[in-house]
Design a protein around this ligand. Structure first.
Ligand SMILES: [Zn+2]
Ligand SMILES: [Zn+2]
Length: 693
């Protein structure tokens, strides 16, 4: 069975369709749909794009989704089969089209992109009930129930007025809400959602991580009650499906969740909120490597909805593209806390004397402090004092990190673990040096100094969370909130969206660590991390922030110390324009992996040759990382260059830098497919990342 008939954009207006083009829902790669099925009388009027059908396939039955409808098929009529039955609920046609867009935009396949929009656990739902007639979701108009919303500040009122105006129309609009931490952005989201509901439309509220932002979820539930569906990673498959069903049937009209909630089956969408729009968790790291912020913009534009992106530290991309509304002051009227930059050059101690003194003072005053160190574990690496051996991962070319409480060394890239050595396997020396400090050691050391029984030290990082249900971030954050005084030590998780009014001291250690990554976003990330943490101190009264660094003059640190995100953005955009980086150009990153370095290299060279021909007006340039200054060429191809070995695979990278995104993505996809098909590259894996983070 094969299909070459054109896929019609919708149901024919002339007659009910007789042929359904069905994409099978399967992980088997060999099964590439769509396949044609004949619709019998009974199904002809019911089936539409997005319907889920149980279809005969060979000797078994499979679940598939209808991606097109038509009247003709190239399959001879006597070989066309009929679906067994249709499931009760299908996917909105709008989401099928969105999946098509994602496949093209992110160099993936339609089948994989469809996987994003199907109901949770779709592949396992073969025994779904026979459906009723396709019920159009109810468009209930929901008023604002019980709790009376708080009065708005003048700033909030000024911001809300144009948003309500935008929500009153049917035109798609985008707005960046640039508001300092504590300026009341959440109340704006709530009012915008209420306005969308009053017009009988739905809303999606995207947040970076539900577990770290319980406050925003509870405020939406408190305000809108039963019409809110919450999607998060701790739901069981059944619970997830139930939330999906409530949204699909129109019982729930507001969906709050992380990036995948952008695919919530809400019809009549009026609003998409992107909270903390700078957060990197909006980028999906599996194929399709979509960016939920871009998908949200596309979906809002297709639905005539308002896209409302909020942040205290907006991305240069958003600030360039979207009209901006500002909330420059905190709702409590208090100023942002003063930030002191502490120069750590030449220091051998982890804590500056001023930091140690400030922490002791918070303890003595019975206050609270947050300390950010963006590095997990006890020590960064171990080395042998006699022969210099460094313990590194057998699968990746990176040093292993000591986790002392667990008694193991771990690779933070592939998860490899081995027990902590008592001696060097190369020279038998028992003298092993531990270098650097991570959150585990910092929390231990600070507890030793500060915890006198009245001042508990809490730790929040991925290792703590890995211990299971007892250490959920929500519970841990609630404990810190309930404590009369104490310190919260952790990785970047402590700088996320939560809100503690009584934290008077914020500390960032090793603030330039993120600057040392060879990535054009390093400055943006460093700025956001410091500015976000700085905004979390002193909400209830006097506060101060200390930033320890060996690069006190670095641009992001200077701007963050002044809380000057507008100044930072202006300079960052200038730099990006000069270098052709987003938003002034697009990047496509192709990583090739193989067991043998030579195999990866050969495939990369061949890919480079093909790309040089295929890319729109391609020009070869220096390898990634070496910037040649202002760009003239519309498209440049950088690399191949070697990356460090990961999970036992030698890697090569090529980067396409272009102003012609669509054409470059298509050309890259074709070139990769062609090279990957070559038998001499059979052991090589290819991964294409459009807009890599
Ligand atoms: Zn040794
Ligand atoms: Zn590893």
């Amino acid at each position: 069975m094969g299909v070459s008939a054109p896929i019609h954009p919708g149901r024919s207006t002339r007659a009910a369709p007789t042929i359904a083009q069905v994409e099978p829902i399967t992980t088997a790669r060999a099964l590439r749909g769509p396949f044609d099925y004949r619709l019998g009388e009974e199904l002809r009027d019911e089936v539409e794009i997005g319907s889920m059908l149980v279809v005969p396939f060979g000797r078994r039955q499979m679940l598939g989704v209808v991606i097109g409808l038509g009247e003709d098929s190239e399959v001879p009529p006597e070989r066309l089969l009929e679906p067994v039955r249709a499931l009760e609920l299908g996917v909105p046609a709008e989401l099928i089209r969105l999946a098509e867009w994602i496949a093209a935009e992110y160099c993936s396949t339609f089948a994989r992109a469809l996987g994003l929009v199907l109901p949770p656990g779709a592949a396992r739902r073969l025994s779904g009930r026979r459906r009723r007639a396709v019920a159009a979701p109810r468009h209930t108009s929901v008023g604002v129930p019980s709790p009376r919303p708080p009065a708005l500040s003048d700033d909030q009122q000024a911001v809300l007025a144009p948003l309500l105006e935008a929500l009153a129309g049917d035109d798609a609009r985008q707005v960046l809400l640039h508001g300092v931490t504590g300026s009341g952005k959440t109340e704006i989201y709530l009012r915008a959602a209420a306005a969308a509901l009053e017009r009988g439309r739905g809303a999606i509220v995207l947040v970076p991580e539900i577990a770290l932002t319980p406050q925003i979820v509870s405020r939406f539930i408190e305000r809108f009650g039963e019409t809110v569906a919450v999607l998060h990673s701790r739901l069981t498959a059944g619970q997830r499906y139930e939330q999906w069903r409530r949204l699909r049937e129109g019982e729930a009209r507001v969906c709050v969740g992380p990036r995948s909630a952008v695919f919530a089956p809400i019809s009549g969408l009026g609003l998409i909120v992107l909270d903390e729009e700078h957060d990197s968790s909006y980028k999906h790291e599996g194929d399709p490597r979509y960016d939920a912020r871009e998908v949200a913009a596309e979906r809002a534009s297709r639905s005539g909805a308002l896209l409302l992106a909020g942040s205290a530290t907006p991305r240069p991309e958003s600030s360039q593209r979207m009209p901006r509304l500002e909330l420059p002051r905190r709702v409590d009227g208090r100023p942002l806390p003063p930030v002191s930059v502490l120069d750590m050059r030449g220091s051998r101690s982890g804590l500056h004397p001023a930091t140690a003194a400030a922490l002791a003072k918070v303890r003595d005053d019975g206050g609270k402090a947050i300390v950010l160190l963006n590095r997990r574990g006890w020590s960064n690496f171990l080395s042998c004092r006699s022969c210099g051996r460094v313990w590194s991962c057998p699968e990746c070319d990176v040093a292993l990190v000591l986790h002392r409480a667990g008694g193991y060394l771990a690779c933070h890239h592939c998860g490899h673990r081995e027990s902590t050595p008592s001696s060097c396997p190369d020279c038998d020396s028992a003298s092993v040096a531990r270098h650097g400090a991570g959150t585990e050691r910092l929390a231990h050391d600070l507890a030793g100094v500060l915890d006198d029984g009245e001042f508990p030290v809490f730790r929040l990082d991925a290792d703590v969370l890995g211990r299971g249900a007892s250490a959920q971030p929500g519970a841990l954050l609630a404990e810190f909130q309930a404590a009369r005084s104490g310190a919260l030590i952790g990785t970047q998780m402590v700088a996320k969206g939560h809100d503690f009014p009584d934290v008077s001291l914020g500390v960032v250690l090793d603030a330039d660590a993120t600057l040392r990554f060879p990535d054009f976003r390093a400055e943006e990330r460093t700025f956001a991390l410091i500015a976000q943490l700085a905004g979390r101190a002193g909400r209830g009264g006097d506060g101060r922030v200390l930033v320890q660094t060996i690069a006190p003059e670095a641009r992001p640190i200077r701007y963050a110390a002044r809380h000057d995100s507008t100044g930072f953005l202006a300079e960052e955009l200038q730099r990006r324009r000069a270098l052709g980086y987003p938003p002034f150009g697009h990047l496509i990153r192709i990583v090739l992996g193989a067991e043998q370095a030579s195999a990866a290299r050969r495939a990369a060279e061949e890919l480079r040759e093909r790309l040089t021909v295929a890319l729109p007006r391609a020009a070869a340039g220096p390898p990634p990382g070496l910037d040649a200054g202002p760009e003239e060429a519309a498209t440049r191809l950088l690399g191949p260059a070697a990356l460090f070995r990961l999970r036992g695979r030698e890697r090569q990278v090529l980067v396409v830098k272009t102003r012609h995104r669509r054409e470059a993505v298509a050309a890259t996809g074709e070139a990769v497919t062609a090279v990957a098909a070559g038998r001499r590259h059979s052991g090589v894996t290819f991964s294409v990342d459009v807009d890599p983070q």
